[in-house]
Design a protein around this ligand. Structure first.
Ligand SMILES: Cc1ncc(COP(=O)(O)O)c(C=O)c1O
Length: 378
């Protein structure tokens, strides 16, 4: 069996977890949580990192901190993992979904700009409202789909023009850069995920990152039940029990020590697949802007042979998986406004598939994957 993308635990994970178990520090207090936060902040070049139980929790709190309130709407891509839209709903808001750029698979900024220019108006109080519903536009939530990054400078310029905070869903893009800066650091707040298939994994885990001191303090407060007194159980708002536990952070510390190697390995896998599969039948790849260095988190190809490949590769125990179902096709989000002209999301969904790309994959396995793909699409 060749797995799709599995954790690589070849560093000091066992030693650090054993340390937690032997010392009894397994819960949400403990030095590994702080160390994990420091390592992530240092790697990203950002002032603050706050560890959370998962990426979805990070998104929920980040949206709340960005000022998203009950009845607002949040502008986000239609093609993403469902957690992005769920977090918007947890914050009490309504997603407005944008079609993807067919080349990069990122949120289409022409549509975003047209929507803000044509379909929104300023209220007398200066709030940006959607003309058709009267809802306040509270934030832009770009997702770095598959670890790739869209034209961030343009997105930030649009956000700046309309005075909208940007919360980045950087769940998949740890290690990807835009003009040399790490993903997750462009907006007001960025959110990472360390679930099982991510470039580094703690089993389950997430992180909120920001350069804003006040927001960082609030993020720490909200994710630890909003307790204000070290002794008394006084909580000054409805907080969350979202802090990552020490035993998982210990895995995170060991994973961070290996992140540069993991990024190099993922990029080498990406280069191998691009060289081997480029020009074969109708196979295409996600376009990468010249400003971007892509972490190649989950290598994905685009082809009209998607269905045959999914079936035959999985039958041959070469694990691969389809692209997400677009949000506008899920029952709870089908009534959301979907801003699109050509429904590229549907095309991406029906033609893309992720192929094996674990950092532990061997050269022989890579050869088997490409040989089988070539045979099936021939
Ligand atoms: C784009 C995206 N957003 C959010 C999440 C949610 O992260 P988590 O699974 O850690 O809650 C994930 C990963 O699962 C993701 O891929």
């Amino acid at each position: 069996m060749i797995p799709l993308s599995v954790p690589n635990l070849s560093g000091k994970e066992l030693a650090y977890v054993t340390d937690c178990l032997e010392t009894g520090w397994i819960s949400s207090a403990g030095s590994y949580v702080n160390r994990f936060e420091e390592l992530v902040a240092e790697y990203l070049g950002v002032k603050h990192a706050i560890a959370t139980v998962n990426g979805t929790a990070a998104l929920h709190v980040a949206l709340q901190l960005a000022g998203v309130r009950q009845g607002d709407c949040v502008l986000m891509p239609n093609i993403t993992f469902v957690a992005t839209a769920n977090a918007v709903r947890y914050a009490g808001a309504e997603p407005i979904l944008f079609d993807a750029d067919l080349a990069t698979w990122q949120m289409n900024l022409d549509l975003l700009e047209e929507f803000l220019g044509n379909d929104c108006d300023r209220s007398p109080a200066g709030e940006l409202l959607v003309k058709s519903t009267g809802q306040r536009v509270a934030a832009i939530l770009p997702v770095h789909v598959q670890g790739n990054i869209g034209p961030m400078q343009r997105l930030l310029a649009i956000a700046g023009e309309y005075g909208l905070p940007v919360v980045e869903d950087a769940a998949e893009s740890l290690g990807s850069t835009y003009l040399g800066a790490q993903s997750g650091t462009f907006g007001l707040l960025g959110c990472l995920s360390f679930n099982g298939n991510k470039i580094i994994s703690t089993g389950g885990g997430g992180m909120i990152v920001t350069n804003d001191d006040r927001l960082a303090a609030s993020a720490r407060h909200l994710t630890t039940t909003a307790k204000t007194d070290p002794m008394e159980y006084f909580h000054d708002e409805v907080g969350y029990n979202y802090r990552l536990v020490n035993v998982l952070a210990a895995i995170g510390v060991a994973q961070m020590e290996q992140l540069p190697d993991f990024v190099r390995k993922k990029q080498a896998i990406g280069s191998f697949y691009r060289a081997e599969l480029g020009g074969i039948a109708d196979i295409e790849f996600q376009a990468v802007l010249p400003e971007v260095e892509h972490n190649n988190w989950l290598f994905t190809i685009k082809t009209g042979h998607q269905k045959a490949l999914l079936q035959e590769l999985n039958n041959a125990k070469i694990l691969c998986r389809p692209f997400w179902m677009p949000m506008n096709r899920l029952p709870m989000y089908k009534t959301c406004l979907y801003v699109s002209k050509t429904d590229n999301c549907q095309e991406i969904h029906s033609t893309c598939l992720a192929i094996p790309c674990s950092t532990s994959i061997t050269e022989a396995e890579l050869g088997t994957v490409t040989k089988e793909i070539k045979r099936i699409v021939a």
